[in-house]
Structure formats: C-alpha cells, structure tokens
Design a protein around this ligand. Structure first.
Ligand code: CA2
Length: 143
C-alpha cells in the first residue's frame, strides 16, 4: 500500500486550544482521525509527524525516501523562513504538497512568501482543515 507522510510544523500541536478564529476549533488529533478515515477510503496509508523543531523536520524528510511515496506538509512558521526544509524536500524527490489552514496571502506581509512552495507540486491555503483532505486526495491520485 502507498504511504503518505503528513508533517505539521511548529505550534500546530496547539490547534483547537487557541486562536479558533484563525485556525478553527479542531484539534490536531481530530484532524488526524479525519485524514485516517479518508486514507482508508482511498486505500492509502498515512503517517503523522508533528514537531516544533526545524532540524527534526529536516531529519524526518531526509529519512522518508525509502518508507514513503509522498509528503503533505504544513511547515507553519518555517514556511516563511526555512531554506533547510526546502532543501530537504527538494533532495528527497518525493511528490509534496504544502497546506495552510489560513489564507497566508490575506494576512501579514511576512506570511506572503513561502520558501517551500517552489519545491512542491502545489500549495493549498485558506480552506481550513479541508486543505489537508484535498491534499490527501490529490497526492493519492498522483502516486
Ligand atoms: O495557516 C497555516 O496553516 C499556517 O501554516 C499556520 C502557522 C503560521 O505561522 C503560518 O503563517 C500559516 C502558525 C501555526 C500556529 O498554530 C496555532 C494553532 C493554534 C493556536 C496557536 C497557534
């Protein structure tokens, strides 16, 4: 069975506990449960990884080539700062999709630039947690 790695970056472990007006009410666990259900329907396997540490995310991507067929990543704040995560995705050569819960283009200027998007197939932003579900459907189609 094809395996997809779903990575969530810094502070996304706080989903559902603060700032619901921006990020919604759902916890990361609840999002993962929805993704698992969809994965079963799509006949793919999903594996979840959340970290608040850039180097851990880089390591996880670096080790993913042999185990996974695709990556869905919400790099959170590292979207706007991390050349290291971009280089890791570029080097691993797995089809990757970037997801953002909020519309990063309607927020502060510093959120308008993504270091990650150019090394991904595409970026989904502004559709809340549905963005993860759409990304899973697309990547399951592609791999
Ligand atoms: O919209 C997104 O998904 C973001 O990746 C979320 C990041 C932000 O830095 C990006 O610009 C856009 C922030 C994640 C923080 O998540 C929290 C969730 C609940 C409470 C506090 C933070």
């Amino acid at each position: 069975m094809k395996k997809i790695l779903i990575i969530n970056g810094p502070n996304l472990n706080l989903l559902g506990t603060r700032q619901p007006e921006i990020y919604g009410q759902m916890t990361l666990k609840e999002i993962e449960t929805k993704l698992k259900k969809l994965a079963a329907e799509l006949k793919v396997e999903v594996c979840f990884f959340q970290s608040n540490h850039e180097g851990e995310i880089v390591d996880k991507i670096g080790k993913s080539k042999d185990e996974f067929n695709g990556i869905i990543i919400n790099p959170a704040a590292y979207t706007h700062t991390s050349v290291a995560i971009r280089d890791a995705i570029s080097a691993v050569e797995l089809p990757s999709i970037e997801v953002h819960i909020s519309n990063i283009y309607s927020r502060e200027q510093f959120r308008h630039h993504s270091f990650i998007a150019p090394v991904c197939i595409g970026q989904i932003a502004g559709f809340g947690i549905d963005g993860y579900l759409f990304a899973l459907k697309k990547i399951a189609d592609l791999i």
